[in-house]
Design a protein around this ligand. Structure first.
Ligand SMILES: C[S@@+](CC[C@H](N)C(=O)[O-])C[C@H]1O[C@@H](n2cnc3c(N)ncnc32)[C@H](O)[C@@H]1O
Length: 638
């Protein structure tokens, strides 16, 4: 019954929305019509549009030229076509490739070179076919949602809310897109609503008011002030979880909205309260008002009204179980007594057996004990670093074995949080060292912590600045891009001294580049912008990059590249190996591996071979009804 009602509402909004279409279309067509007499049948036969002509004829759309003196035709010089080049979006920092281990579901925008017979689209599309259920890859525009549908669905939602349906009821009938975004990752209607609202986290329900003006159309019902109730599943923890993905968890990262540190962290939903009720009361220095929870004993804890105990309130208390109820009261829009009552109820089984305040370890970890360091692990565990071991040293993180440990930049242990005792580029015993420890470990100093930087650079005294922050400071040299011997090349726009920092090679960060559509494009165009960053990652400047992507190869090069560890991220810096005058082309030695690849035709043959052998393997596995065991041939013979 509910389903029918929802469908009816949906249908009537749909019809209402499109009712203008027939009338509007006829008006447009009528406005294009002229009084031009229909052609006679004999001349109409010659025309491609002969069938249409006796119904309507259209105005001549060109502007009338009578009266305008026409200049004699000019012969234009023959212009040489520019040789083929790959355009790229400018960027001054690395960005995570859209298609990566963390986001494999990317559709192709378009098929480049699709009209060139040598470019076999099937190889380009192969990567997108690899996803299960993905037998027919669509181009991006083919799967974009129609904004008209969205408006119709939102209007249907309003109308159904007016009829008294709850969001859960609407959701349950599965007529409109579902609201359960956090779990499903699907783009639900209510999720869409939520993106356009100003939310007030106030009980008694999660009240959400849609403020975006919907497109006005004759059949629309205005928002009558009826608030939409967002599904109860979408609580504070889920919201924070979803936002966490967008924020870089690295304390040392200095990029706002950092695009390169992806992570999959989730809030811990099972935080155990450490304080019992007495400890909590003791923690409050004074009562917040004369009704404060601190003035109540356990015997008189009132049971708070159930309807106020929303998912949001529960998740806030669970997230911050030892926060003073007086502090949470504002966030929950409840009295601190109610928050306290809920807390007591939520944690009734554990709270009264919890330690009292004096049992709780203070935030000062005291003298270092090895157990503190066991928790010392890289923030991005999937990142493999080539530059040395990670955190297997004996000492605390702020006293690394010289030149070996890189963990304190990447470490989540207690010491990391409390800050460095010794800034990384100062010897732990205070000795002066000829070379900064960071540099010895191929790591850039952190400008905020490096003592040589912060103390001396600001004075502006020559010779005192820390040279080990060039990537972070981005003190790049201007380069010109112009036609060169091998396509485009990079030229100096000013003199660069020997050893000078030129710029950073930036691009999209790829894991497992392998046989991707990108790899196929590289081979087809003969233009390869791939740079190995470390053992597991590569930078590709094919579609995102800066001027450094235009450096061509020469064994007699004037530029060298080094990989640096900067705030937990490997980055590539270019330096001049000799002084380079203005307007000279810059060259890098790409290395032997770069040139080891065969021709495009070899590559196709290799791919074809690989495919045949993979298909053969699948057939063998399929024939055995899944009971394939290694060595089965020999077992038969014996
Ligand atoms: C990183 S790009 C350099 C910029 C490129 N010339 C352009 O026009 O965009 C590398 C590509 O440049 C070309 N290239 C660079 N140095 C070369 C050389 N010494 N010999 C032949 N081709 C070269 C190759 O096509 C190579 O894949």
């Amino acid at each position: 019954m509910a389903e029918e009602r929802i469908l009816d509402t949906y249908r009537s909004v749909w019809n209402g929305f499109y009712s203008w279409e027939t009338e509007y279309s006829s008006e447009v067509i009528a406005s294009l019509a002229t009084d031009t007499p229909a052609q006679d049948a004999s001349s109409a036969e010659d025309s491609c549009f002969s069938q249409d002509i006796d119904i309507l004829s259209f105005r001549h759309l060109k502007r009338p030229i009578s009266g305008i003196p026409l200049s004699p035709p000019r012969v234009l010089p023959v212009v040489q076509a520019h040789s083929r080049y790959q355009a790229c979006a400018p960027s001054n920092q690395n960005v995570m490739a859209k298609r990566s281990n963390y986001n494999p579901f990317v559709t192709p925008l378009f098929i480049p070179f699709a009209d060139e017979p040598r470019f076999q689209s099937k190889y380009f599309l192969e990567e997108f076919l690899q996803d299960s259920d993905y037998t027919d890859p669509k181009l991006r525009w083919q799967s974009l949602p129609d904004p008209d549908f969205e408006i119709i669905q939102l209007q249907t939602l309003f109308n159904l809310r007016k009829l008294g349906y709850t969001v859960s009821q609407i959701d349950a009938e599965m007529v409109l897109p579902q609201a359960e975004m956090p779990d499903t990752d699907a783009d639900g209607l209510l999720w869409a609503c939520e993106q356009r609202h100003v939310s007030s986290p106030c009980p008694p329900a999660l009240r959400v008011t849609i403020v975006r003006d919907l497109l006005e159309w004759p059949g629309m019902l205005r928002n009558t002030g009826d608030d939409v109730h967002v599904t109860e599943k979408w609580d504070v923890i889920s919201r924070v979880d979803s936002m966490l993905r967008q924020f870089c968890p690295l304390l040392g990262c200095i990029q706002s909205a950092c695009p390169s540190h992806v992570h999959d962290r989730k809030l811990n939903r099972n935080i155990r309260p450490m304080l019992n009720n007495d400890s909590l009361r003791q923690g409050a220095k004074k009562s917040c008002n004369n009704m404060c929870f601190t003035l109540e004993s356990d015997d008189y804890i009132e049971v708070a009204p159930r309807e106020l105990m929303t998912k949001d309130v529960i998740s806030l208390i669970k997230l911050l179980p030892d926060e003073l109820p007086c502090h949470l009261a504002g966030l929950c829009r409840l009295s601190c007594r109610d928050v306290f009552a809920y807390r007591s109820e939520l944690f009734s089984s554990m709270i009264f057996s919890g330690p009292i305040r004096s049992d709780i370890p203070s935030h000062d970890p005291g003298p270092p004990d090895k157990s503190w360091f066991r928790d010392c692990r890289p923030v991005n565990p999937w990142m493999e670093f080539t530059a040395g071991k990670v955190c297997d040293h004996e000492g605390p993180c702020h006293k690394p074995t010289r030149g070996e440990c890189h963990c304190y930049i990447r470490c989540t242990c207690v010491w990391r949080r409390t800050g460095f005792k010794n800034p990384p580029c100062q010897a732990s015993n205070g000795e002066k060292r000829s070379k900064c420890e960071c540099q010895a470990a191929f790591r850039e100093c952190d400008p905020e912590m490096c003592p040589c930087y912060s103390r001396k650079l600001c004075t502006g005294i020559k010779g005192y600045c820390c040279a080990n922050v060039s990537l972070q400071q981005g003190r790049i040299k201007p380069l010109d891009v112009a036609a060169a011997q091998y396509g485009l090349g990079a030229f100096t726009a000013q003199y660069i001294k020997k050893g000078g920092f030129i710029g950073e090679y930036v691009g999209e960060i790829y894991y497992n580049y392998g046989h991707t559509s990108r790899a196929y494009l590289n081979r087809y165009t003969g233009l390869n912008y791939l740079f190995d960053l470390n053992r597991s990652q590569a930078l590709d400047a094919l579609t995102v990059g800066n001027e450094t992507r235009y450096l061509n190869h020469d064994e007699q090069c004037n530029v060298t590249a080094s990989a640096w560890l900067v705030n937990d991220e490997h980055r590539i810096a270019y330096y001049a190996t000799k002084s380079v005058a203005k307007n000279k082309e810059l060259f890098l030695d790409y290395g032997e591996r770069y040139w080891a690849e065969g021709s495009f035709e070899d590559y196709l043959a290799e791919r074809e071979e690989r495919k045949i052998s993979e298909e053969g393997q699948e057939r063998i596995l399929g024939q055995d009804d899944g009971e394939f065991t290694y060595g089965s041939d020999t077992a038969e013979g014996t």
